[in-house]
Design a protein around this ligand. Sequence first.
Ligand SMILES: Cc1cc2nc3c(=O)[nH]c(=O)nc-3n(C[C@H](O)[C@H](O)[C@H](O)COP(=O)(O)O)c2cc1C
Length: 197
Amino acid sequence: MTEILVLYYSVGGSVREMAHLVARGVNQVAGASARLRTVPPVAPRTQVAEPPVPDEGAPYAELADLEQCAGLALGSPTRFGNMAAAPKYFLDGTGALWAKGSLVGKPAAVFTSTASLHGGQETTLTSMMLPLLHHGMLIVGLPYTLAEVNHTASGGTPYGASHWAGSADDKPLTDDERALCIALGKRLAETASKLSR
Ligand SMILES: Cc1cc2nc3c(=O)[nH]c(=O)nc-3n(C[C@H](O)[C@H](O)[C@H](O)COP(=O)(O)O)c2cc1C
């Protein structure tokens, strides 16, 4: 079984919905399955500990999830044109895996959601690629042969899937955005399957 880790952080639910669609795309590939995981928020004070298992949604990721996966889809909301602190904090704790080369040669893809259409989707997606490249991962994007990349009037980029959620974070994903989330998961799983042959 080619297991793809779909690792996301979401506060308002937009990136979570995208993660489920990416996972659906992964699961459409024969012999592939998605493992959904999230990360806890980063608190300025550590007086209140998060429960070891979140009250709802996906379990928290552990380093073993990264070690065991055949590929990684990483999703984060945009924060000032960059990825959020919580997934960055998790990635900053992966030095031991970097030292062992655990992720070298594994494919990876990224996805994000923003409030405004030009509020930093592409900068966020490319910033999310940087630590993954340091880990030696192979970045998988969305080719223009997917019609939705060409004609989307909302999210969806060659750098990865994206969603324009609006200032209230409540715009539903468009058909194009949904199709590209699924396509990203599918492409990632197909790539991982080919690489592991
Ligand atoms: C501190 C902060 C910074 C943000 N920075 C941006 C930004 O630079 N550009 C943008 O379009 N949206 C920005 N947003 C909005 C979120 O990226 C957006 O609401 C996203 O859809 C949230 O995803 P979620 O529902 O999965 O949490 C910001 C939100 C917060 C709280």
